[in-house]
Design a protein around this ligand. Structure first.
Ligand SMILES: [Zn+2]
Length: 99
């Protein structure tokens, strides 16, 4: 994060405002691309150039798809379970423990 902030700070000092904004947006896109851990990189890259790509066609050729295949990652919606745990946690905040 320090490098990101220093790059942004250096842009602030040296460029006109509209150029700075454009460079910041490009930098943030690059950071998001590098930080992405789930979406197929080929899909991300081609979408930048206005093209579409079906991640199933990647077949593990990018690091994110390879990682998902290697560890057989499946997404499961656990919203109901998470909400139930939050309800339990909230319930316990209202109970006084008598010793
Ligand atoms: Zn991929």
């Amino acid at each position: 994060m320090y490098i990101q902030r220093s790059l942004i700070a250096s842009l602030d000092r040296n460029k006109a405002e509209h150029v700075q904004q454009n460079k910041k947006e490009q930098l943030m896109k690059l950071i998001r691309y590098c930080s992405e851990e789930e979406t197929c990189r080929r899909k991300l890259l081609l979408s930048h150039f206005g093209q579409t790509f079906e991640p199933a066609s990647c077949k593990g050729m990018c690091d994110n798809c390879l990682h998902q295949e290697k560890f057989d990652i499946h997404k499961t919606n656990v919203t109901d379970q998470a909400n139930a745990l939050l309800d339990i946690g909230e319930l316990y905040t209202h109970i006084s423990i008598i010793t």
